[in-house]
Design a protein around this ligand. Structure first.
Ligand SMILES: C[S@@+](CC[C@H](N)C(=O)[O-])C[C@H]1O[C@@H](n2cnc3c(N)ncnc32)[C@H](O)[C@@H]1O
Length: 189
């Protein structure tokens, strides 16, 4: 696990000349509008830093200021860097970030086909996002909505089959309280 600045520095010395240029003007023009509409529709008011996982070539940096974007495809990351977006190559199954690195961890339409065992894959993914986030985890995904792990259900703020919002701050508060009780009483109350 690494500090965000160290990961960004590492990206500066990547062999970008060897990476294919991304070019899909239609997507680039449409994505910010879609992000904005979705964020408004769900009333997502965010104040703080955002990690965008599986960001694609444009990312939520097109609608929020304080965003670090990640994608597994170097072409996507190259395109974002060329537009001044702080972007890091990372696989969603092996995210390299320190715990509590961002206020919000968001992922719009992450792939599901990569998981052989979808329940386990989604549970591992959500667990990782909980580790990295301080405040909320926000995932937009109809397919993932069908595989949400029960163990985080108490912290689901909303789940309409498409937009999934978890209250990570409440989860972390409860975990800290449990740990404290465990330290004091040797058992969870
Ligand atoms: C459907 S696109 C969504 C892009 C963007 N978030 C949006 O809503 O338009 C999925 C993105 O996930 C990326 N991706 C695919 N497999 C991945 C993996 N294992 N780890 C991280 N990103 C991955 C793809 O390169 C692609 O940019």
């Amino acid at each position: 696990m690494r500090d965000v600045d160290a990961l960004l520095d590492e990206m500066d010395s990547y062999e970008w000349d060897d990476v294919k240029d991304y070019s899909h003007p239609g997507y680039e023009a449409a994505a910010p509008k879609r992000f904005k509409e979705d964020i408004e529709r769900y009333g997502l008011e965010l104040n703080g830093s955002v990690l965008d996982v599986c960001s694609g070539p444009v990312s939520l940096a097109s609608v929020y200021d304080d965003v670090v974007a990640t994608d597994v495809d170097p072409s996507m990351v190259k395109n974002m860097r060329e537009h001044g977006i702080r972007a890091i190559i990372a696989d969603m199954r092996d995210l390299p970030f320190d715990p509590d690195s961002f206020d919000y961890v968001m992922s719009f339409w992450p792939p599901m086909a990569i998981y052989e065992d979808k329940s386990q894959g989604v549970e591992d993914f959500i667990e990782d996002l909980f580790t990295i986030a301080r405040d909320k985890v926000i995932i937009q995904s109809t397919p993932m909505s069908r595989y949400l792990p029960e163990r985080f259900n108490d912290y689901l703020e909303s789940s309409d089959g498409r937009m999934i919002v978890y209250d990570v701050a409440a989860y972390k508060q409860d975990m800290a309280a449990e740990e404290m009780l465990n330290d004091v009483y040797g058992m969870v109350a």
